[in-house]
Design a protein around this ligand. Structure first.
Ligand code: HEM
Length: 171
């Protein structure tokens, strides 16, 4: 019996997941070594990535495939705007520019959206399933490592409209 897409993605990305977990930044992160400068730069670049993914999903929301993954409760752009305000202040839109690597990531998202939009499923899977999984572990570490108060600088990890992340992942 052929395996469903969820299983193929999970099994097919396991090696990449382990590789992602063993990058220097993530290894330090897991040890609780997180400084505000590098963390706020991560938040800044992720702001542009989620803004791009969500803008393209909005364009394709009536697509027979992408429409099935049109879950605004997952969207991170607004939460990341709160975190940008916290880390960079009110002038954050002027102050923060995406890195060249991030620009490449954004260009790819727009390219596939224009030419082969079903591939956006891969980007949604990698980010949102990760956020609903390991993301909750990273939130705790970030707060402790940077001594953040409740709600300061970690809005990115808060899914206020998703009551049960496990159930939602299954869905
Ligand atoms: C510190 C680093 C990380 C930790 C501790 C972590 C931890 C986890 C955990 C515990 C799960 C749930 C596994 C399960 O359901 O059995 C998971 C799933 C996942 N993670 Fe991570 N993760 C990390 C980094 C990443 C990164 C960097 C990405 C991609 C950007 C990512 C993407 C995913 C995805 C897509 C899944 C869902 C797998 C599936 O069920 O199909 N993770 N992660």
């Amino acid at each position: 019996m052929s395996q469903g897409l969820a299983t193929l993605l999970r099994v097919g990305t396991q090696k990449s997941h382990s590789a992602a977990e063993s990058t220097d930044f993530i290894k330090c992160f897991l040890k609780g070594v997180v400084d505000k400068t590098s963390y706020s730069r991560l938040v800044g670049n992720l702001y542009f990535v989620y803004k791009a993914i969500e803008a393209e999903f909005e364009i394709h929301k009536n697509d027979p495939v992408l429409g099935k993954l049109y879950y605004r409760e997952l969207w991170r752009e607004k939460s990341l705007e709160l975190d940008m305000l916290f880390y960079f202040g009110t002038n954050w839109r002027e102050e923060f520019k995406p890195t060249p690597a991030c620009e490449k990531y954004l260009a790819r998202i727009r390219e596939i959206s224009a030419n082969d939009p079903v591939l956006l499923v891969a980007h949604a899977y990698t980010r949102y399933m990760g956020d609903l999984s390991g993301g909750q572990i990273l939130k705790k570490i970030a707060k402790e490592a940077m001594g953040l108060q409740d709600g300061d600088g970690t809005a990115f990890y808060e899914f206020d409209d998703i009551r049960n992340a496990g159930e939602f992942k299954k869905q």
